[in-house]
Design a protein around this ligand. Structure first.
Ligand code: AMP
Length: 214
């Protein structure tokens, strides 16, 4: 199944996608994680996108498309994938339409107050990228990843000024995609309107949508 998990920053895309991917035996592809990998490795691409990413703005469409094309051409994508954080602009979606026929867009609907609280309390593992949250999804040992023991860190773009900018960028550049996919009839809303909803509950709602399409 070819799935796009769509929603504002902090809507839980990464958390849910990482739980759904093993169920469908498909890779979880996060363009944000791929770009952060380039930053960490200091690749040529990493150097080009460093400032854009730190400010919470979007990486240019041509660079993003190159990364996505490359990733989707890998063997593990032959039975499908779950995309998290792509597409993020109308031109990306139009170019993506020419490459792949997506089965479903799951649109996470989350109020702003929850997003802001979540992002400012989110921690990610430096090693395995697992996401924790100091309010709702605490690690067992403070500062350490439950899965691999890696160090947990607050992303540069999860700081207050950057969060504000990312939400503006989302509204301006990414929100128009909700209508774009709705018109195609393949978009399904899943609402999360309380910060303390356990991830399993939202995952169950998403799975219900996916199962209904089989
Ligand atoms: P995320 O982890 O999805 O919140 O992405 C973190 C950052 O990576 C974003 O703020 C952008 O700078 C960049 N990024 C991730 N996905 C995309 C995309 N599809 N298009 C452009 N920039 C992206």
């Amino acid at each position: 199944m070819k799935i796009v998990l769509f929603g504002p920053p902090g809507s839980g895309k990464g958390t849910y996608a990482s739980r759904i991917a093993p169920i469908y035996k498909i890779p979880h592809i996060s363009t944000g994680d791929i770009f952060r990998g380039h930053l960490a490795q200091k690749t040529e691409l990493g150097k080009k996108i460093e400032d854009v990413m730190k400010s919470g703005n979007l990486v240019p469409d041509d660079l993003t498309m190159d990364v996505v094309k490359d990733r989707l051409s890998q063997a593990d994508c032959k039975n499908g994938f779950i995309l998290d954080g792509f597409p993020r602009t109308i031109p990306q979606a139009e170019m993506f339409d020419k490459m792949e026929k997506v089965d479903v867009i799951v649109n996470l609907v989350v109020p702003d107050e929850i997003i802001i609280k979540r992002l400012s309390s989110r921690l990610s593992c430096k090693e395995c990228k697992t996401i924790f949250n100091t309010l709702t999804l605490k690690p067992k040992i403070e500062g350490k990843c439950d899965k691999c023991g890696g160090e947990l860190f607050l992303r540069d773009d999860d700081k207050p000024e950057q969060i504000k900018n990312r939400l503006e960028v989302y509204r301006r550049q990414t929100m128009p995609l909700v209508d774009y996919y709705r018109k195609k009839g393949i978009s399904y809303d899943v609402t999360c309107d309380r910060i303390d909803i356990p991830p399993e509950e939202i995952v169950a709602k998403i799975l219900k949508v996916l199962e209904s399409l089989k």
